[in-house]
Every structure is written in C-alpha cells, then in structure tokens.
Design a protein. Sequence first.
Length: 202
Amino acid sequence: MDLARTLGFIGITAPLIAWLCIGLAIGVSNCFDWRENALSDLGDWVTACGGIKQCIDSCNRLSEPIFNYGLIFSGILLTLTAIGLVGKGRIYPYTLIATAVSLSFIGVFPERYRPHHYIFSVTFFLLLLITMIIYAIVESKGKTRYLSILFIAIGILGVLTYILIEKDVIHGLGISVPETMIALPGSLWAVMVIYLKLLKCS
C-alpha cells in the first residue's frame, strides 16, 4: 500500500473517530441536552455547570476525556492526511491543515481555558467553511461541485442558526445544534475529498 492510500484511509478514519467519541461522550454524560448545551460542554462539565456542585455531580465526567482526546487524536490524523494533500490541490490543503490543527486544540484547551478554547473553536468552524468554499471554487467539478455547494449551504445555515440563538431569536436549541450543522457536512465533505484525491486516484 502506497503512502497516498495509507493517508487516505487515515483521513477517512479521522472524522469517524471524532463522531464516535462525540456520540459516546453524549451517551455516557447523563446530562447532555441538545436544547441547552454546546458540544464542547462534553469536555468540561465544571465550566458548563458554572461550578455548581449539584449540576457537576449529575454529570458523568467520563465524557470529558472521551470527547477531548477524541478531538485531539482525530485532529492529528486529519492533519497528517491534509499534509498528504499538499501538491494534489490548490490552496485548500493548507487551510485544511489549519482546520485540523484547530480541531486538536479544541480538545487540548477545554472550555475552562479561556479565551483559548473559544478562539480555536471559532477558528475551526470558520476555516472548515472557508476550506469547503475554496475547494468548490478552484477544484470541484460536476457532481462533486453540487455536493460541495450542498455541504456549504448546510454549514452556512448552521452559522446563521448560531447567530440567531446567540441573539435570542431562536429558543429551545443549544449551540450543539448549529455546531453539528457545520461540522457534520464538513466531515462528509472531507471524506469525499480524501477519497477522490488519495484513494480513487491511487
């Protein structure tokens, strides 16, 4: 198996690990609520609960290492794959590297580390969207372009949802909902690109 195919399989594994860990963290946490929480709350219940002991005690803090180390590990794997994409595309491999590094640092700096966590979270989501947009403009053709545009549209809708939640226009949704609306299509986009560039062409 050549290096490109190896990196391709590593890259496809990366988002699977991230979402598996997120799902597992949600499952064990006992207190995660899509109507109230951000995904990052899974990695730091002390901060998410505002230091309130009763709230903290109601949560299974096993979710914290599952979530944080899952993001760190998946970010490292995606970084390696993105480095392997350099030379196989224009511009977007470099922004994808920065996106992947930001993903790891979300796990390295849980919510208690402010403003670091916020900076890396915002950087990750924005760079993910920017990377998809760059790819759609300079690389994608045919069905790939339509899929890219669809993923971008869902991501932008996620950003708008986030803004409306923060402005208190939308009620009953946690930040985790728009985060997922951006990250899940982004993950599908990454798998598509990695397959096309590193597996299909190898």
